[in-house]
Design a protein around this ligand. Structure first.
Ligand code: ASP
Length: 579
């Protein structure tokens, strides 16, 4: 037997017991006649004391991160540490074994480590020994367990779907896997189990879920992983409200169980409302600062920027009228960044009733400025920002400025969670370069009104919904098309010939011939949900073995070349000038 207890469980009630413990040597302190060691395992830290005959020996032959087992007596500590559960006791060691020595770790394993990200990723198994990362892995497990409990209690079955599937042209780029036994043919890794979960509904499974790995070969941005995990769900015989209610229950339950935080009932916004009020389809509702449209109120004053604009709107930042020239210039630079792309920013400092400093003094009288401030619901002391231009672009830019002001005013507190649903999304998105429509969600999402889809596809709305928390899209789903004719029409609008549609999705269209029930579902970003619950920006901290920003695993050094023999078996040759 290696241990009678773990390193996190002995307390004053165990004083006098003879125990055996095993773990890693975290800290070692030599006090002259005795050595103190903090022995660490997954459960905690216990202080060991090596004295008398063990002193000399343990001084030289035990090093940091050695794996040891000890036996000894539990005694009360004179110098108590009330911060940890075992802090009132220590073990007077009477014998020990070195189970395995260790090289000195390349970085310290404290929460505040001296190891940079690259080094920590190369030695991720050491990084995970750090309490802060270990806690994240534990949180991930707890979340998975809550999800499984809630969904199982509600009649969902966890069903696995294949990882080796077929490449389809919609969505992101697929990762492909060559098939040795089918020369020249390739599998693709699933971007999501979308069609399989729909087939499970046709198969009569009624309620499905899966905590499932998904793969998307997208250009990597900060905090995007080529493989990530979804909580993927599907239900039969449901309306949009049934799905929303079921999963609002799930998310609320998770926040209560894991954070002890009741979010209350979620607000609901249509896509148009979200864009109009917050300039984004994933609003952060931890603070107000809504956009107010003033297009019709401010035209006709010979101010070209306004007179030429399709849309003009403003936001009001509370108590910021004292902002300096420099602070305002910083914000002008912020909105002009290429990612935001605004051409300028107009401000009004509402210093007092009928007393303003603004960048449009030349064009507007004090009364007119007062009217604008009133329209935007600002009060004395506020700083008003106005943007003008093409509608959607201006809304988005103002939405970004709103978030930036939220950051500056510290209104985006990580201990508050405000979930909401966004509904009534556009069904399609027009792509100017390709001169065709793409499905905004995916091609299996049902339209709200089939006649609008036929007559004016750009205006068609979808039975689709997103779950947003604190400005981050956490999940999305839709009520699906279950009628083969509508599905065929949808493929047609998306520019597939009948032949192509059959080649790519014939299995689904065929299945629709055999009694497909009305169905709908949703998928949540599991990694992102972990990060939100853990109060972190980075999903990488919640993945045991993540990839870096270039999609590389620095520990196992992947991706990597394969041998000539493997290539030959697959009939693949790499182009000589291929980069
Ligand atoms: N499969 C979809 C996605 O990955 C989610 C859904 O519609 O259920 O975005």
């Amino acid at each position: 037997m290696y241990r009678t207890h773990n390193c996190g469980e002995l307390t004053v009630s165990d004083i006098g017991k003879k125990v055996e413990l095993a773990g890693w040597v975290f800290h070692k302190r030599d006090l002259g006649a005795m050595i103190f060691i903090d022995l660490r395992d997954r459960y905690g830290i216990t202080q060991l004391v090596f004295e008398k005959s063990l002193y000399e020996q343990s001084k030289t032959d035990i090093g940091r991160e050695y794996v040891i087992s000890v036996s000894g007596n539990v005694v009360e500590r004179s110098n108590k540490n009330f911060k940890i559960p075992t802090g009132e006791i220590e073990i007077i060691v009477d014998s020990y074994h070195i189970l395995n020595p260790s090289l000195p770790p390349p970085f310290t394993l404290e929460n505040e480590t001296d190891g940079g990200e690259e080094l920590r990723m190369k030695y991720r198994y050491l990084d995970i020994r750090r309490n802060i990362i270990k806690k994240n892995i534990e949180l991930r497990h707890n979340l998975a367990r809550e999800v499984r409990n809630y969904l199982s209690d509600n009649g969902f079955w966890e069903i696995e779907t294949p990882c080796l599937i077929k490449s389809t042209p919609e969505g992101a780029r697929d990762f492909v896997v060559p098939s040795r036994t089918n020369p020249g043919k390739f599998y693709a890794l699933p971007q999501s189990p979308q069609t399989f979960k729909q087939l499970l509904m046709i198969a009569g499974c009624d309620r499905y879920f899966q905590i499932v790995r998904c793969f998307r070969d997208e250009d990597l941005r900060a905090d995007r992983q080529p493989e990530f995990t979804q909580i993927d769900c599907e239900m039969s015989f449901v309306t949009q409200n049934d799905v929303i209610n079921m999963f609002e229950g799930l998310i609320r339950d998770i926040f209560i169980k894991i954070k002890g935080f009741d979010t209350g009932k979620f607000q609901k916004f249509s896509y148009d409302e979200a864009m109009n009020c917050y300039g984004t389809d994933k609003p952060d509702l931890r603070f107000e600062m809504k956009l107010t449209e003033i297009t019709e109120k401010v035209k006709g004053k010979n101010f070209k920027v306004f007179d030429d604009a399709e849309y003009i709107a403003g936001i009001s930042a509370k108590n910021c009228a004292s902002y300096s020239r420099k602070q305002i210039d910083e914000l002008v630079d912020f909105v002009k960044k290429p990612q935001i792309g605004a051409s300028g920013l107009i401000y009004i400092k509402y210093e007092n009733i009928n007393n303003f400093k603004s960048s449009i003094d030349k064009y507007f009288t004090k009364d007119e400025l007062q009217n604008i401030c009133d329209e935007i619901n600002s009060t004395v002391g506020d700083l008003i920002f106005i943007m003008a231009g093409e509608k959607e672009k201006t809304q988005k830019a103002l939405g970004e400025l709103r978030l930036e002001m939220g950051n500056r005013l510290q209104l985006r507190n990580n201990n508050t969670f405000v979930p909401l649903w966004v509904t009534d999304f556009p069904l399609l998105e027009w792509n100017e370069t390709d001169k065709r429509f793409y499905a905004k969600h995916h091609p299996f999402t049902s339209p709200q009104d089939i006649s609008v889809l036929k007559n004016d596809p750009a205006k068609a709305k979808a039975n689709a919904y997103d779950l947003v928390i604190n400005g981050i899209e956490i999940g999305g789903g839709s009520i699906r098309i279950h009628d083969k004719n509508i599905q065929k029409q949808m493929f047609e609008i998306l520019g597939f010939s009948e032949e192509e549609a059959n080649k790519q999705f014939g299995f689904l269209i065929n299945a629709f011939e055999y009694g497909a029930p009305p169905h709908g579902g949703i998928a949540f970003g599991f990694d992102r949900l972990c990060a939100i619950l853990g109060g972190s920006e980075s999903i990488r901290d919640y993945i045991a073995f993540p990839k870096n920003n270039a999609g590389r695993d620095l520990m196992i050094e992947s991706p990597a070349e394969i041998s000539q023999q493997q290539l030959d078996e697959l009939g693949i040759c790499i182009k000589s000038n291929f980069k």
